[in-house]
Design a protein around this ligand. Structure first.
Ligand SMILES: *Cc1c(COP(=O)(O)O)cnc(C)c1O
Length: 528
């Protein structure tokens, strides 16, 4: 019997918490098959597989002179033998157990996955884009170069910055690229600055990127308004500070309202201003980072500009650079030559000061196509509308929920709104348990316990594509759960989720005794 059916029968035996008898509280019956309704249960592929099954029919291998004799495998490697329908069914079932933006509201927002219009996917799959190869002769990829040129142009217009480095393969890679250009610019001035200041509310990748460049990291605390504390920043500035890394809107969903003063303070101290632009969804067409005094900012094409990226990829983290940093942009450079657009691969003028290559080939081309299709299909008014709707939806949730959950910082939020667990005080229900109960309600939980500057954080980003009806349904569930928590039903939350394909995992055991690799019995016996 599989783990799941064990979990079902175990929960069937659980007695209902005291004082609760309603039908919905009863644990589901176990079934003979272990399946539940149309939610099918199955074993892992490695448990299902058998050596005599195969998804392909190949003729037996004829005898041949083995030139790699010494490398010959001594024992089977233990891959499961599976038929084609088994594989198809397995992955289809897995996809059905997952929750996705295509199923319903996904309060993790653009930072994880907002709705990506299908038209952009369609464009990216056109043969002329999808089938080209980076090693094709330059004369045959003029269209692709034009896509890169047009995308860079529109990103420059949106950021108000003079140069875009398109090759970084993710947001964190963009941060690394940006910090490398800052380091190179400082070195060209003959300055060696050791420290990088990072907002305490920052995404963990910020300090990691700066540390990878060899910098010492120092955190700058937030003030009681959830913004960077300007006085604390000024206290830390000095001749050895290379840059500040700040997110705007910050990870509390708030616009850094002293951002121009922050930029001035940094520039007075000879430091650069790095802005984490992963939250650009809120600013599109409304605010140009270049106007705020920002020197360097990465954008996450896969977050803001329509590339599905759940499950780890593909990503793209273009970096917008100020005039002072542009000469250090990574290779290759797209330049207007005698024969039109061409790629400059080496450190020859105008790219003599470039930090060099940071990625193979030319970046994630498929995300460029999707981003350009998104930009062009929405147009200037549509992009601005998307940012406005993202902010409107977050503020609608704020006003609907501020009497129910605890709002962390008063006033207008940007594209996401931050609550915390004070409303659960004395109920015995934790942020985590509350989030798990949302799964039973049919909602993916919001981001919990981040940002770290707020205790028991619950961060909600609905994004621009949710309707009022879907936001209202979300609010209704949160209100009902909050009421249940206040009514002393802590046990209900401790058992959540009860209705999902899997119950709550033992996260401590998973961390303490991780099973990182499945070793099929046959391979283990063969010493494989
Ligand atoms: C997602 C994110 C990053 C990192 O981007 P990746 O593409 O995941 O590497 C950095 N900062 C913030 C605020 C983010 O949301």
């Amino acid at each position: 019997m599989s783990d799941w059916s064990r979990a079902v029968s175990a929960s069937a035996k659980e007695s209902a918490p005291p004082g609760t008898t309603s039908a919905t509280r009863k644990a589901p019956e176990a079934t003979t098959s272990g399946h539940r309704g149309l939610v099918l249960e199955e074993e892992l592929l490695f448990e299902q597989g058998s050596p005599d099954l195969s998804g392909v029919d190949l003729p037996p291998v004829e005898a041949f002179a083995d030139r790699l004799g010494s490398l010959e495998r001594k024992a089977p490697i233990g891959l499961p033998g599976l038929s084609e329908p088994q594989v198809v069914r397995h992955f289809t079932r897995l996809s059905q157990k997952n929750y996705a933006i295509d199923c319903g509201l996904y309060p993790l927002g653009s930072c994880t996955m907002k709705y990506n219009p299908r038209a952009n996917e369609r464009v990216a799959r056109l043969d002329g884009f999808a089938e080209i190869h980076p090693l094709q002769p330059a004369a045959t990829i003029k269209g692709a170069l034009q896509v890169i040129e047009d995308l860079a142009h529109w990103l420059e217009v949106l950021t108000g910055m003079p140069a875009i480095a398109l090759s970084p393969g993710a947001g964190a890679h963009g941060e690394l690229c940006g910090m490398m250009t800052i380091k190179a610019a400082l070195e060209s001035r003959g300055e060696e600055r050791r420290r990088v200041l990072v907002a305490a509310s920052a995404h963990g990748t910020n300090p990691a990127s700066a540390a990878t460049c060899g910098y010492e990291i120092e955190a700058v605390p937030s003030n009681e308004k959830g913004r960077l504390d300007l006085e604390e920043l000024e206290r830390r500035l000095g001749a050895d500070v290379a840059a500040l890394m700040l997110t705007n809107p910050n990870t509390c969903g708030l616009f850094e309202d002293e951002i121009c003063e922050i930029a001035e303070a940094l520039h007075r101290a000879g430091a650069f201003f790095y802005c984490d632009g992963a939250n650009f969804n809120a600013l599109l067409g409304r605010v140009r980072p270049g106007d705020l005094g920002i020197d360097c900012m990465h954008l996450n094409l896969h977050k803001t500009f329509s590339t599905p990226h759940g499950g780890g990829g593909p990503g793209s983290g273009p970096v917008a650079l100020s005039a002072a940093l542009a000469p250090f942009a990574p290779l290759p450079w797209l330049v207007h030559g005698e024969k039109g657009l061409c790629l400059r691969e080496g450190r020859s003028p105008p790219a003599a000061q470039s930090i060099g290559r940071i990625k193979g080939f030319h970046g994630q081309f498929g995300t460029f196509v999707r981003a350009l299709a998104y930009l062009m299909s929405l147009g200037a008014d549509g992009l601005k509308g998307a940012a406005e709707d993202a902010v409107l939806n977050a503020n609608y949730l704020r006003t609907r929920l501020e009497g129910t959950l605890s709002l962390s910082f008063p006033g207008m939020s940007m594209h996401e709104v931050l609550f915390d667990d004070r409303f659960l005080e004395g109920t015995g229900v934790s942020t985590l348990a509350f989030a798990k109960a949302m799964i039973d309600e049919g909602f993916h939980p919001m981001t919990v316990y981040f940002p770290l500057v707020v205790k028991g954080a619950m961060l909600i980003e609905p994004t621009e594509t949710e309707s009022k009806a879907s936001l209202d349904a979300f609010v209704a569930s949160l209100e009902a759960l909050a009421q249940k928590a206040r009514a002393g039903e802590a046990a209900f939350f401790h058992e959540a989720p009860r209705l999902a394909p899997r119950r709550r995992f033992d996260e401590v055991a998973a961390a303490r005794h991780p099973v990182l690799r499945w070793r099929p019995k046959a391979a283990a016996e063969n010493g494989g």
